[in-house]
Design a protein around this ligand. Structure first.
Ligand code: URA
Length: 435
């Protein structure tokens, strides 16, 4: 087989068979397929797409490029993965929550990508926290605590690690086939019994339309199932940052603080708390697939009970300690400045791209790989789409000692919070579940 022939075939809209995918990925790992050739292939895939069989083959080969984590107990092994969005700190609560109902959660997470924050960056706001460790060490933590949150190292789907870095700098991230194979190769490497995907829809995530999000969700569910990993997906709102009742935190330390607030509260009945409600819905889907509860209603009740009991916060602290972190209350933030409504009205839009860019501009996110972050900068939005607001009401707060977020607010071509004169319906939190 010739590398260039495979690229040519995909460029011209052809379909590669499983042997050809095996050859391509093996050769990429040995260096016989160069980064330049793989970048050309990624672009051909972005333009011409992959068939479901091709996505399965690519997933399988990327998985086979590394090892699988060993099973360490008889407990069901489940996980959740999100396509990423502004203020999405669900993983911080979900991992200890699911561990508290008797499952193992070996969570392999990522860093911030574009405007969407990364779970590892958030956790590294905690002094001493280590996201990188050997398989032996992480297995020990899983056995003792029931959950860990680490980064993928060279042993987990290394072909994806290389390809992902290449896609990031060649405008080839946005492909349903490549995203499916990238996510599932890492999740399959964690030897899971069940997976739930949170596919975000809206301006604060990757997938801006419901149709695009649904296509990705269906691909993940189909390829996960074909690869022996039962997978469900929830499509959830990302036209506004995700948070608690009165506010949504965006940034690293501030999101850890908000997640801890949820784990400390003694009322977990939800209803008006999107972060709590989405976390419970995703957790219930994961544990139901693993057969822990008989029906979703029981799962929902039991999970909320665990949250209200304080055990989830204890388990979170245990996991953080096991990973080297030192937590003593909320993490200090930079100086706070508040912004108020200049008119009465109803909230019609929250400018997620501008908020995400302001976090990056102030050092809370990365412009290029390897940059060191300022974990203590953050933003809090205090209104949601559909809220009726009076002149002078608090809209958002920024936490930043330099003037960089404040200057982003001033320079933004569109306001961060757009007000309408007439009523605007609130967004639904969960748009659809698949299947
Ligand atoms: N997250 C991943 O792990 N891979 C992608 O391709 C996109 C998001």
């Amino acid at each position: 087989m010739l590398n260039t022939n495979l690229i040519r075939k995909k460029r011209d809209g052809g379909i590669l068979d499983s042997d050809e995918w095996q050859f391509l990925i093996n050769s990429y790992c040995t260096g016989d397929v160069t980064d330049a050739q793989m970048a050309a292939m990624a672009m051909a895939i972005c333009i011409n797409g992959l068939t479901p069989d091709e996505i399965s083959s690519l997933t399988c080969e990327m998985l086979a490029s590394g090892t699988r984590l060993p099973r360490v107990s008889d407990r069901p092994r489940v996980d959740k993965h999100s396509t990423g969005g502004l203020g999405d700190k669900v993983s911080l609560i979900l991992a200890p929550l699911i561990a508290c109902v008797g499952c193992d959660v070996p969570m392999i997470s990522g860093r911030g990508l574009g405007r969407t924050g990364g779970t590892l960056d958030k956790l590294e706001a905690i002094e001493g926290y280590r996201a990188s460790m050997s398989i032996d060490e992480s297995s020990k933590i899983l056995k003792e605590v029931g959950a860990f949150i680490i980064g993928a190292d060279e042993q987990i789907a290394p072909a994806d690690r290389r390809l992902y870095a290449l896609r990031d700098v060649t405008a080839t991230v946005e492909s349903v086939g490549l995203i499916t194979a990238s996510i599932l190769s890492k999740k399959l490497a964690a030897s899971l019994d069940a997976l739930v995907m949170d596919v975000k829809v809206g301006s604060g995530g990757f997938m801006h339309t419901r149709d695009d999000a649904k296509e990705l969700a269906e691909s993940l569910v189909r390829v996960g199932g074909q690869s022996g990993l039962p997978t469900h997906a929830i499509l959830s709102d990302m036209d506004q940052p995700l948070g608690v009742e009165a506010s949504a935190a965006i940034g690293n330390a501030i999101e850890v603080n908000e997640a801890m607030e949820v784990m400390k509260q003694s009322d977990a009945s939800g209803g008006e708390n999107p972060l709590l409600d989405l976390t419970v819905a995703l957790s219930a889907s994961a544990v139901m697939q693993a057969g822990v509860f008989e029906d979703l209603k029981t799962a929902d009740e039991q999970l909320r009970e665990k949250l209200a009991s304080g055990h989830v916060m204890e388990r979170f602290e245990q996991m953080i300690r096991a990973q080297g972190g030192r937590l003593s209350g909320p993490i200090p933030l930079e100086q706070r400045r508040d912004y108020f409504a200049e008119t009465d009205g109803c909230v019609a839009k929250i400018n997620c791209p501008a908020i995400g860019d302001a976090i990056i501009a102030s050092g809370g996110g990365r412009r290029s790989g390897g940059e060191t972050l300022n974990h203590r900068v953050g933003i809090q939005t205090h209104v949601r789409i559909g809220d009726v607001v009076e002149k002078g009401q608090l809209l958002f707060s920024i936490f930043d000692d330099s003037d960089s977020i404040a200057s982003s607010v001033q320079k933004s071509p569109e306001p961060w919070v757009t007000m309408a004169d007439s009523p605007v319906p609130a967004n639904k939190l969960i748009l659809e579940t698949i299947p």
